[in-house]
Design a protein around this ligand. Structure first.
Ligand code: ZN
Length: 138
């Protein structure tokens, strides 16, 4: 279990320093902005939608490794998904991080971020990208 935890941290550090989907989209369907004043994390998220499918996601911003890694992992896991799937993933992710719901297989690679819930001050870092997604979809 200890080794698993270290592995998860490696994934966070790797995504934090080499984020995927870290670019601006040319003609986004919508854009969201997110700011976490507790840590200073800032994210701008572009979405390209076709019907109800999120076909492209790109983000820019600056922040701690957790906020950047979370945005990177979110874009990887939601690209190609429907808006409803994205909303469901948000609710699941949010409940595991904030409401002590048990870790859930449906989280897939997002599971690496669930260790953050032991550090309440960092939960907002991990959920920032997801709140930015909500902002973009509104
Ligand atoms: Zn942060």
């Amino acid at each position: 279990m200890h080794e698993l935890r270290e592995l998860y941290q490696e994934v966070i550090i790797e995504h934090g320093s080499n984020p995927r989907h870290f670019y601006k989209l040319e003609c986004p369907s919508c854009t969201g902005h997110g700011y976490n004043p507790l840590c200073g994390d800032q994210i701008t998220l572009d979405l390209k939608l076709e019907n109800d499918i999120i076909t492209h996601m790109g983000f820019q911003g600056q922040g701690c490794a957790i906020s950047i890694a979370s945005a990177s992992l979110m874009c990887e896991s939601l690209t190609g998904k429907s808006i409803i799937d994205a909303q469901n993933a948000f609710e699941l992710f949010h409940s595991v991080l904030t409401a002590d719901a048990p870790a859930d297989d449906r989280l897939g690679k997002l599971t690496v971020l669930t260790g953050v819930r032991e550090f309440p001050a960092r939960v907002k870092c991990a959920t920032l990208a997801w709140h930015t997604l909500q902002n973009a979809l509104e």
